[in-house]
Ligand binder design. Structure first.
Ligand SMILES: Nc1nc2c(ncn2[C@@H]2O[C@H](COP(=O)(O)OP(=O)(O)OP(=O)(O)O)[C@@H](O)[C@H]2O)c(=O)[nH]1
Ligand SMILES: [K+]
Ligand SMILES: [Mg+2]
Length: 446
């Protein structure tokens, strides 16, 4: 595994430890260790190296004084069958801050042992070939998952949904590359070429089709991961902030009878029907001399342009202005229907005051997410990074197939580009720029 070279260390890496469970008072806490020093640390703190992969009741003692710190469970995972591929251990102890502090202090006294950095356990798992880059990303997403759809998608990715696809495509492309190599080696024998080229196209075409099919699923996976962005826009006083608060079930935005109350865009993250939504309240759209309100109006327009959906709110049933971004779908809502019945054709009548039709609106939003996410259960692209790699591989394969009858050197070069795109996807090459970004977002202890 290429990733091994990353550590680049001539001596064994230091043993790392961290509190893996959350901070604050809790019934239990989990401390986690990884590195070659783990067996010695176990012998010193719990008096023995417990049997592999079995929970053992243990007394955790301070090696310096011999004084017991706590009683709990100890687990030992010898290398290489562990999360990081190194010797690992877990201490399951009581969650009191003093227990945790005493254990961390005891661990700090061992030589070549130090606290882990954010994401360092996952980084070691990656470097030891336990996880590929897409599985690491899946793990980061699983820890961040707030909705059911996010959790399911992230779990699929940690279990290698994307890795297995990329690996199987890559192995077909490597097979094709071997055919080309053979052709170069036997360049004198003129009858090798046509047959080999046919076999080559037969290998490449299905991979290209799979890549194109995955790309055709659009932003489905990204919408699940990042959330559906919905902008609430409309004239001043249409009731935009009141609607935001009603959907969020809290006073996220200031509501007042004064037009021009909202200036900054106000973002609320919601779970609707298992889908993540980013709901954005904006300044009422109008011509105004107030310089601050004008900035607010410009921001409202910018947010609307980047949205997946615009909710156009009007208490008079006024149509949305012609200059709303054309690519973004707009749903027209007649607000404050408790005042006038709100019967404007083409508008959904709602009242944030009485709650009329808010349930229906929420259902429609969930339906919109479901449609946007498409057949997400089978979708594998969950980030822009994946999309770029798929696109680069598909484009290189297009070139390869278009030049299938041409010179072998050109074919080799195009095929190489497709293979490299897949290798960067799973983290066999070009990893450093991506790694830093991914691991920095992990919490300590993962
Ligand atoms: N009767 C009734 N009044 C409402 C309803 N929704 C909002 N209002 C009132 O309308 C006024 C304006 O509401 P906001 O939510 O501040 O309107 P806005 O569109 O955010 O206004 P700006 O931020 O100034 O553009 C407030 O006095 C609200 O109480 C509704 O459904 N029914
Ligand atoms: K207002
Ligand atoms: Mg407002």
């Amino acid at each position: 595994m290429r990733g091994l070279e990353l550590s680049g260390a001539t001596s064994a890496p230091e043993t790392i430890y961290a509190l893996a469970s959350g901070t604050g008072r809790a019934a239990l806490a989990v401390l986690r260790l990884s590195g070659a020093g783990v067996p010695k640390i176990l012998a010193a703190i719990v008096g023995k190296v417990p049997p592999a992969r079995k929970a053992s009741l243990a007394t955790f003692a301070d090696p310096a004084s011999g004084e017991p710190i706590d009683r709990g469970l100890c687990l030992y995972f010898p290398a290489p069958a562990s999360f990081t591929g190194e010797d690992c251990a877990e201490f399951h102890v009581h969650g009191g801050p003093a227990v945790i502090a005493a254990l961390l202090a005891a661990l700090a006294n061992f030589p070549k042992t130090r606290p882990a950095e954010a994401g360092e356990f996952a980084r070691r798992a990656f470097e030891n070939g336990k996880l590929d880059l897409t599985e690491v990303e899946g793990l980061a997403d699983l820890i961040d998952a707030e909705t059911e759809m996010q959790r399911r998608q992230a779990l699929r990715q940690t279990r290698g949904a994307l890795r297995h696809k990329a690996e199987s495509w890559r192995s077909k492309l490597l097979e094709a590359a071997a055919l080309l190599e053979a052709e170069i080696d036997f360049a004198d024998e003129a009858d090798v070429a046509p047959l080999a080229r046919e076999a080559l196209a037969g290998l490449l075409a299905p991979v290209r089709e799979d890549l194109v099919a995955a790309l055709a699923q659009g932003r489905a996976g990204e919408i699940i991961r990042e959330g559906v962005t919905v902008v609430i826009a409309g004239p001043p006083n249409a009731g935009k902030s009141t609607l935001l608060n009603a959907l969020a079930r809290r006073e996220a935005a200031i509501v007042s009878p004064l037009p021009g109350t909202t200036r900054d865009a106000i973002e609320v993250h919601l779970d609707i029907g298992g889908f993540a939504f980013v709901l954005i309240d904006t300044a009422g759209l109008r011509e105004t001399a107030d310089p601050i309100e004008r900035i607010g109006v410009a921001r409202a327009r910018a947010r609307a342009e980047a949205a997946d959906l615009i909710l156009w709110l009007s208490e008079t049933g006024a149509p949305p202005p012609a200059d709303l971004p054309v690519e973004v779908p707009v749903w027209a809502l007649h607000s404050k229907s408790d005042l006038d019945g709100g019967a404007t054709p083409g508008f959904l009548a709602i009242s944030a005051e009485t709650g009329a039709n808010l349930g229906l609106l929420t259902e429609k939003l969930a339906g919109f997410a479901r449609a946007a996410a498409g057949e997400a259960e089978s979708g594998v692209i969950t980030r822009e990074r994946h999309r770029r790699a798929f696109l680069a591989a598909a484009t290189a394969l297009d070139r390869t197939l278009a030049g299938i009858g041409g010179p072998v050197e050109l074919l080799s070069e195009d095929l190489r580009a497709a293979i490299e795109a897949l290798e960067s996807l799973i983290g066999r090459i070009d990893v450093e720029d991506v790694l830093g970004e991914i691991f920095a977002r992990f919490c300590i202890g993962k």
